[in-house]
Design a protein around this ligand. Structure first.
Ligand code: ARG
Length: 481
């Protein structure tokens, strides 16, 4: 690839040429015929990034060559030479010996040019009944399909890590928050299982996107289809697609399969960033809910006491790149007339980057989840703070005294106010204080005022009671096995 320095000097040369600054017309004309040509290559060349599609490109070419042979569009000898040459190219790329060359623009032409060097003119028959338009649509679709599969697998690994912690902490109490204010006691297992649900939906979004994109565009050729007797069903099957795409224009001009995958990735990144944020908060000395080992933390170069959750912070921040990638490709595609336009070459960089980032983020998150150690004592103490069982008192008044909930809410508010005055928790309020609010209140009320009783009482389906949490863990373990 052209390096930055020479690109910059070309840009400058071009700008001088365009403005004609200090140059005579002949000189200007002369420069214009060469420099813009170099800039043309600079703006046009994509091999620097689309070389990542080499496996897909070779697979597509193999399937295409075999189909051309089977349909008697090319001879058996030519097909054998082509397939042998493609194998040799695969070996060269694996070994790092393949000459990737800017002058051949992209992966498709680099492969074809090398094939010609290796096997001679028969190489020229490979492109029969094919165009780079359907070729790139195929390669990119297969790349995104694999990226979706990988993301799904990684999300399942993350879910397994969450499940293991949730199982170990199905009874570990912690405060549940709303507005980041203590709300009601929950269990740590229940909290982690919320993320198992989110990542489960993310995985299913990738699976849905994969299923929808699993149609083969090869054979759409430039845009209108091919006059040769090609067998699109055969190439689709050979490449693992459910069927060929049904409209040749759509085949070469659509990238919504990538947009859909990026949207799934962007949503997934929002979930990852929320868990990352919670890890950051939980790790602060003020919370002290969890510890992360040295494996996923870093120190400070100046403050020796520091242990920073950098991995979590970076997962939180990298969500930005996922969201940007979706926006970037959506902006490229918006308003493009059918069929192929070169704009679409800009589909790859954001997509590659987004999935690289997603891969790292899910992996790091699975690592952190597996690595974290909760501090159940600190969590339990926090679970009881902030009058977190006030709703339990109100519910007791409703259940035991048949009070309307609104009245119970009011009485409980008064109890909280009194506990605040006495600087104690609800469970420590003397019975006579409670009786002063309603003489029918009996000592049995204290059974519901501890965080453990509060959590255990929430047995409704999907609630935080440890048995409910364990039931959901069992369901997910089953689904993931
Ligand atoms: N490198 C191109 C891309 O990524 C391949 C398709 C080129 N097609 C064309 N008609 N110029 O989009």
């Amino acid at each position: 690839m052209t390096d930055h320095a020479s690109k910059a000097s070309q840009d400058t040369a071009h700008m001088d040429a365009a403005s004609g600054s200090g140059q005579g017309q002949a000189m200007w004309g002369g420069r214009f015929s060469t420099k813009p040509a170099e800039l043309m290559q600079a703006i046009n060349v994509s091999i620097g990034f689309d070389k990542r599609l080499w496996r897909q490109d070779l697979a597509g070419s193999r399937a295409h060559a075999a189909m051309l042979r089977n349909q008697k569009i090319i001879s058996g000898d030519d097909a054998a030479a082509i397939l042998g040459g493609l194998d040799e190219i695969a070996r060269e790329i694996e070994a790092g010996d393949f000459p990737f060359r800017d002058e051949f623009e992209d992966i498709h032409m680099n492969v074809e040019a090398r094939l010609r060097e290796l096997i001679g003119p028969a190489a020229g028959r490979l492109h029969t009944a094919r165009s780079r338009n359907d070729q790139v649509a195929l390669d990119f679709r297969m790349w995104v399909r694999e990226a979706c599969e990988r993301a799904t697998g990684q999300l399942q690994a993350l879910q397994r890590a969450l499940l293991a912690q949730a199982e170990a902490h199905a009874e570990t109490l912690m405060p549940g928050f709303t507005h980041l204010q203590p709300a009601q006691p929950v269990t740590f297992g229940h909290h982690l299982m919320a993320y198992v649900e989110m990542f489960g939906r993310d995985a299913s979004r990738f699976a849905d996107a994969r299923a929808r994109m699993n149609e083969c565009p090869l054979g759409a050729a430039a845009l209108a289809g091919s006059p040769f007797p090609i067998d699109r069903h055969a190439t689709a099957a050979a490449l693992g697609f459910a069927r060929p795409t049904a409209n040749s224009l759509d085949s070469v001009s659509s990238r919504d399969f990538a947009l859909e995958a990026l949207a799934a990735g962007a949503i997934c990144a929002t979930h990852l960033s929320r868990l990352a944020e919670e890890i950051v908060i939980w790790m602060t000395p003020q919370f002290g809910f969890i510890r992360l080992s040295d494996a996923f933390t870093t120190g400070s170069s100046i403050m020796p006491q520091k242990k920073n959750p950098d991995a979590a912070e970076l997962v939180r921040a990298k969500a930005g790149r996922m969201m940007a990638a979706f926006t970037q490709l959506a902006v490229v595609m918006k308003g493009l007339p059918l069929a192929y336009s070169k704009d679409m070459q800009e589909d790859k960089v954001p997509t590659f980057e987004a999935f690289d980032v997603l891969d790292l983020s899910i992996g790091a998150m699975a690592g952190m989840v597996g690595d974290l150690t909760p501090d159940p004592d600190r969590m339990a103490a926090a679970a009881g703070a902030g009058f977190s069982t006030a709703t339990d008192l109100a519910d007791w008044l409703v259940r035991t005294l048949d009070m309307p909930f609104r009245d119970a809410h009011h009485v409980t508010g008064a109890a909280v106010k009194r506990a605040e005055q006495l600087d104690c928790g609800l469970a420590d309020l003397p019975l006579e204080e409670l009786k002063a609010l309603d003489p029918r209140i009996e000592a049995g009320v204290y059974d519901v005022l501890t965080p453990a009783a509060s959590a255990a009482s929430r047995k409704s389906y999907g609630g935080t009671a440890p048995d409910q949490v364990r039931a959901q863990i069992a369901r997910w373990k089953d689904a993931l096995s």
